[in-house]
Design a protein around this ligand. Structure first.
Ligand code: AAL
Length: 389
């Protein structure tokens, strides 16, 4: 080897050791868990300040969703005459899981929202028109036994005479309360307008007594929730009933779905709307759960912050905690501590969601599906340092 070649080789060795060492000093090759003590780019700054952990896989509010077809439900060859959608939270009572959902079984498929004027007493306008609330039970969450109707449509002019849909369950002081959308006209005649009604029972198997009054009223004229209160989603939190709901600034053509909050001491109301409503600026159906001392929310489908999971330490001030994909639609999670009111929410690992529509809007048919996820604190390292809001 010539002298020059030897020098060249030595130089190359030096470069391959020194340059990476210098780079490492500038920014380590391994992403540090703690925010580095130096000026950061905007992107790196928010990586440490905005999300729950510097990398998604360390963030308890990050997950990938898995889906499984459910056994036990018949859809009449998916011809649009039978639909199941908008499931409630799943609860575990009497040794089995319970879920409630919108069930439509009509002689013909829906004509569609744009042809709502053609709807009548037997022809539905939308997938959720002329519906009842049915329920099913399961011992494993995959195979379900349909138990039949829980809430029938009441006679006109009671709230929900046209359709009762999109329910959710509350257990409070040993009694059960089902909240649901109560339609007084076919969806599509103006918009998708309805308030929230409630029925109560001593057992999850019913019988359910309708309160026959609106329990969460639409907003006053000009307010963001003037036309509809959708997707009622109750929890016991801060010693009160926290009922989240969706509405939509439905001034034509300005339909922007967001989430509001109404709070009550008693399940039958009065519910007082939070002065900061809406508390989430995006999303569609409501899917939330107590998490640590706060409330976490799956923000699906609509708005600037869709496809995120958000967290509010106080149940009100929501911030993005993670960005996710393939989120479950209208999910009703199995939330073991939904009513525990203990300031120590543990999160969720599964639930029932819907695929709506499952095969396009004509014929309109929605199906229930199981989703699984890793949004439980109990699946993660208990010593992990968490971002503090
Ligand atoms: C759903 C829900 C409500 C709407 C309709 C049926 O996704 O947001 O329930 O009214 O669509």
């Amino acid at each position: 080897m010539t002298k020059n070649k030897t020098l060249g080789l030595l130089f190359a060795c030096l470069i391959s050791v020194v340059v990476p060492a210098m780079a490492q000093e500038a920014f380590p090759f391994v992403l540090p868990k703690e925010k580095p003590n130096r000026k950061l780019s905007a992107a790196m700054e928010r990586n440490y300040t905005k999300y729950m952990a510097p990398r998604p896989e360390d963030n308890e509010l990050y997950t990938q969703f898995r889906y499984t077809k459910l056994k036990g439900f018949d859809y009449n060859n998916y011809d649009g005459t039978i639909t199941r959608r908008d499931p409630s939270k799943v609860i575990f009572e009497n040794g089995k899981y319970y879920v409630w959902y919108t069930y439509r079984n009509t002689p013909v498929k829906p004509v569609g929202l744009r042809r709502a004027k053609e709807a009548n007493d037997t022809i539905p306008s939308s997938d959720w028109d002329l519906s009842e609330i049915w329920y099913a039970t399961s011992t494993d969450g995959f195979t379900w036994e349909e138990q039949g109707v829980a809430i029938k449509r009441p006679p006109k002019p009671n709230v929900g005479w046209r359709s009762v849909t999109t329910c959710d369950i509350l257990k409070f002081q040993g009694k059960y309360y089902l909240y649901y959308q109560g339609f007084m006209e076919a969806s599509g005649l103006r918009g998708d307008d309805c308030p929230v009604a409630v029925s109560y029972a001593d057992s999850p198997d019913g019988p359910w007594t309708p309160y026959n009054k609106i329990v969460v009223e639409n907003g006053a004229e000009g307010e963001w929730d003037q036309y509809s209160i959708h997707d009622p989603h109750p929890f016991i939190y801060n010693d009160k009933i926290y009922l989240y709901y969706k509405s939509d600034f439905d001034g034509d053509p300005n339909l922007v779905r967001m989430t509001g909050l109404a709070i009550a001491d008693n399940p039958l109301g009065p519910f007082e709307k939070h002065p900061l409503n809406p508390v989430i600026n995006s999303g569609h159906e409501t899917t939330m759960f107590p998490f640590m001392e706060g409330i976490a929310a799956l923000v699906v489908k609509d708005g600037n912050e869709h496809f995120t999971i958000q967290y509010a330490k106080d149940g009100v001030s929501f911030e993005i905690a993670s960005i996710v994909e393939l989120m479950p639609g209208a999910a009703g999670s199995f939330v073991p501590d939904a009513f525990a009111n203990n300031g120590n929410g543990r999160g969720i690992t599964w639930g029932i969601s819907h695929l709506a529509p499952a095969y396009g809007w004509d014929p309109s048919v929605s199906i229930l599906m199981r989703f699984d996820c890793d949004l439980s604190l109990d699946l993660h390292d208990p010593d992990m340092k968490r971002h503090e809001y």
